[in-house]
Design a protein around this ligand. Structure first.
Ligand code: ADP
Length: 468
């Protein structure tokens, strides 16, 4: 992967992290440098107002001077209490001195005039002196003590310290910003690499998978989203591998099953051509084999088509309510030939009517396959019992043959595609090994329960239960 690809997650994350750092720094600058002036000023105003209140309430007390001195010292204020003529009655400056001094040029004159006019009895001004680049706050209030003349309180606070503070802060902030930007640059690069790495790794594995390597393992990352993704992909890989091996097996099986009858067809056709063509008896026998093998082929092809249709999930069930007894009777008609020609007997225990819900055609196929298996694998006595029994919520269908049975260890496998119990298989039986897996797929689609009980030599009972 290229280190800097503007479209990559790494790069995007990196940019966002840097943006984040920049925003934070900007806020810091704004608060520290731009707004600090106003903040400081309003803080000073509050200080002054508070001090003015305290001084006013302490005015007639004995410890008035002490209060004044302390306040001016603590808050860095210069406090003057003067009379109308401009004589200083009390004064305290930030050095804590209370030596009365005459104010220079009587600077309070305009302020006193203004105070006399003001309705609130208070004034607050910011004054700046361009000579010293100095800014200060002047506060004034009438401290009247019921005497004929007004007494004035003036508090003076310099805003000068803020300038130097800002300079120090600016200096500091510049260093901090440079260091922070550098750190953010490195850390965010590291973090974004780290966050996107698992995804990159998963992509690499996925392209391996795309090439057909089903052994890839998707690694887990450090966070749950990636873990979930890799779990899902691992699962998908396993399923793909399974499908792939099934596909191979299927092709192998199909080609094997197709080849055998085709070989037979070819062999017997050659025999008819070369040997038995003129001998009607032999010819008929050989042609019968050819016809049987052709039948076997078409059964096989039909079964394969059925199964792949059902298992591909493209077919949907056409669920209707129908009478299972009637359906079973219809299917049995198709087996009449066997009953008459080969001497099979069917014992039926069917209730008069057994309504069930399901796809009629598919259930018919299930019934047909089960009865056909019972015929194929029954023993010499050729008795087949079919039961339909109404249960509380469902109807149970059973086909019981007294045939060869199925060994216990084979039972779990007979429902698999192409599975044939080894000893069972005589060539005479037209079997594809697909019948039961078609049955299983159909019954699973119906959410029906089904199963088999079997004993070697005693016979088998295949059953399913359909909802009413
Ligand atoms: P097939 O077309 O070979 O009958 P199925 O899928 O219907 O394929 O059955 C799978 C295997 O299960 C059969 O090959 C057979 O060995 C066994 N089997 C099925 N039904 C019976 C039965 N009624 N009695 C004994 N064995 C059976």
């Amino acid at each position: 992967m290229k280190l800097i690809n503007p479209k990559s997650l790494t790069f995007k994350l990196w940019v966002y992290f840097m943006l984040f750092a920049t925003v934070i720094l900007t806020i810091l600058w704004l608060l520290q440098i731009i707004f600090i002036d106003r903040y400081y000023q309003s803080m000073r105003i509050k200080d002054i107002e508070k001090a003015a209140n305290t001084i006013t309430s302490a005015y007639s007390n004995e410890d008035f001077e002490e209060v004044m001195r302390q306040l001016s010292f603590q808050k860095g204020l210069t406090v003057h209490v003067i009379d109308t003529e401009g004589h200083i009655l009390f004064s305290a400056d930030m050095m804590g001195s209370t030596q009365p001094r005459k104010p220079i040029d009587n600077i309070y004159d305009p302020a006193m005039y203004e105070l006399a006019q003001s309705a609130t009895g208070e004034i607050m001004h910011t004054i700046s002196d361009p000579r010293f680049r100095d800014q200060s706050l002047i506060y004034g209030r009438i401290l009247s003590d019921s005497t004929e003349d007004n007494i004035y309180l003036f508090i003076h606070a310099s805003l000068i310290p803020i300038d130097s503070t800002i300079r120090i802060l600016k200096n500091q902030l510049t260093y901090i910003s440079i260091i922070l930007i550098l750190l953010a640059f490195l850390i965010s690069f590291y973090i974004s690499r780290r966050l996107s790495k698992p995804i990159t790794r998963i992509t690499e594995s996925a392209s391996e998978l795309a090439k057909g390597n089903y052994n890839v393992v998707f690694d887990k990352g450090e966070y749950s989203e990636v873990n979930f993704l890799s779990d899902t992909l691992n699962y998908a890989t396993k399923e793909l591998a399974k499908t792939e091996s099934l596909r191979r097996e299927l092709i192998a099986n199909i080609s094997h099953d197709l080849r055998t009858p085709l070989t037979m067809v070819k062999a017997y056709a050659e025999m008819v051509r070369d040997l038995s063509g003129d001998n009607p008896t032999k010819r008929t026998a050989h042609l019968k084999v050819i016809i049987d093998e052709a039948d076997r082929l078409s059964t096989l092809v039909n079964d394969i088509l059925d199964l792949s249709k059902i298992q591909s999930g493209t077919t949907t069930l056409n669920v209707v309510e129908f009478d299972l007894t009637k359906t079973v009777n219809q299917v049995l008609q198709r087996f009449h030939v066997f009953a008459e020609r080969d001497g099979y007997t069917f014992h039926l225990n069917l209730s008069n009517q057994a309504n069930v819900k399901g796809d009629k055609q598919r259930i018919e196929q299930v019934v047909y396959n089960l009865i056909s298996n019972a015929i194929n694998y029954s023993s010499e006595d050729k008795h087949i019992t079919i039961n339909i029994q109404e249960l509380e919520n469902s109807v149970r269908f059973e086909v019981i043959d007294s045939g060869i049975g199925i060994p216990k260890e084979e039972l779990p496998y007979i429902w698999d595609r192409y599975y044939k119990v080894k000893e069972n298989h005589k060539r005479a039986i037209v079997g594809t090994g697909l019948g039961l897996s078609i049955i299983k797929s159909i019954l699973l689609m119906h959410n029906a329960s089904f199963g088999v009980d079997s004993k070697v030599g005693a016979g088998s009972t295949f059953w399913f239960e359909l909802k009413k």
